[in-house]
Design a protein around this ligand. Sequence first.
Ligand code: GFB
Length: 403
Amino acid sequence: MQWLKLKLPFIYLICTVTWATAWANLERDPNGYLTYCPCMGRFGNQADHFLGSLAFAKGLNRTLILPPWVEYRKGEMRSRQVPFNTYFDVEPLKDYHRVILMSDFMWHLADDVWPESERVSFCYMERKSLQQDKNDPDQPNCHAKDGNPFGPFWDTYNIEFVKSEFYGPLHFDVHHSTMATKWQSKYPAESWPVLAFTGAPASFPVQLENRELQKHMQWSAKYRDAARDFIRKVLPRGAFVGIHLRNGIDWVRACEHVKDSQHLFASPQCLGYKNERGALYPELCMQTKESIVRQLKRTIKNVRQTQPNNEIKSVFVASDANHMIGELNVALSRMGISVHRLPEDDPYLDLAILGQSNHFIGNCISSYSAFVKRERDSHGFPSYFWSFPKEKDRQQSKAHEEL
Ligand code: GFB
């Protein structure tokens, strides 16, 4: 008891300092805030959009409100919102720009900064509602909460909008023009403390200039530890290749668009933003099992020759549908290589492990693969893409090298 009496003032001091620090961090930003719904696509798309939104917030010198990740579960009508920091740490983002978790903003600052009567939704131009009776020609609207995930997203924080604002023709590229100044003069923070966007204020795929912001997206301790444990406890000792096989039915359908496009989803990551490294071709999107096995064996042999001290011992497969574990085990067993996957589907843990592999082969068109590629680039780890360069081009350049 005596011990507690002596310590009480000290405990009180610690609590006061911790409390004061927490609140000091939540002081109102006089430069304003930016919030948006990551309403397009799944994780890869949302991550691309996140990097652009982060750059945009910095360009406008507004604090970025970190949105939760929007997830879709089979059989559920409404999206689930998962707090941003479930997967990524908040602190490393602050090395680049001011950010605040959406829950912190809503619980501690919204009443003061963004009272219910002043919640305006921003969209480029009128966004028609799917319910015809809601569309009033005299009162065009963003219908920011119309449909899934739009409604469930803002509902998570009990946000209702009282008005709409159309920001066109302004856009989000703050790298190549005086766009940031235009936003600031049209929407000064004093009269527009919060800009709330119906969708992400960013392009898809991620703008070239914003790719490097990936280095500020660092996995939360939970995912870092889980990835490390899997690598240590399940994979055999030695180097491993991480591969991403994107082959679900949605992907088969998406790949049909290759024939009428210059670019599809994340394809600029290998072809270049102006197709400077070639035109789109079907195998870049969907590969045959034979070509996957061929490329994997070739990669392993190359590493054996060039890095004899760090021989590849295993392959880790991440996939949304067919992991090809049987086929790959048969094909690689003679090379003394085992093939592994997670026991249960976990898109985030798959990503975290792929990020740590010694070598990575991904799908150039997939924004899910693009996340891994950017993360690895930020660490200087090597990555390759399935069927890239094109088999014919590869043979030509090999013949050229041999000459
Ligand atoms: O991330 P995402 O936008 O990438 O969407 P793409 C694909 C989703 O599929 C991921 C799951 O967010 C995961 O939920 N998924 C994909 C995986 N690969 C894996 C994997 O290796 N492991 C696990 N566990 N899950 C495009 C979208 O997807 O697909 C387009 O960009 C469109 O918007 C198209 O929907 C059909 O870029 O690959």
